[in-house]
Design a protein around this ligand. Structure first.
Ligand SMILES: [Cu+2]
Length: 91
């Protein structure tokens, strides 16, 4: 999971439901905040995305659907557009 002004890249972008996922989170420029929402719009985890560091967040993603990723740290003019998503697909 890599953050940059003003995007997220994630690899892989889809996982099977029930997966135990370790998000390895970093940044290529300034500090960002990685926030993950479940398909109902509830925040289920967040961690700082910092240049030069890899922060980890472990989550089990049981429910299939689209999980939105948003930036939690004001990182510049287009901060509010800094979104991506992770697809949790049905087994
Ligand atoms: Cu931001």
């Amino acid at each position: 999971m890599t953050g940059g002004q003003f995007f997220w890249t994630l690899q892989p972008a889809r996982v099977p439901a029930g997966s135990r996922v370790r998000f390895d989170v970093t940044s290529i420029d300034v500090n960002h905040g990685f926030g993950l929402y479940d398909p109902h719009g509830h925040l289920i985890g967040s961690v700082q995305a910092m240049p030069g560091y890899h922060n980890q967040l472990d989550l089990t993603l049981d429910e299939p659907g689209v999980y939105l990723i948003r930036c939690f740290e004001f990182c510049g003019l287009s901060h509010s557009t800094m979104m991506s998503s992770l697809l949790v697909r049905r087994r």
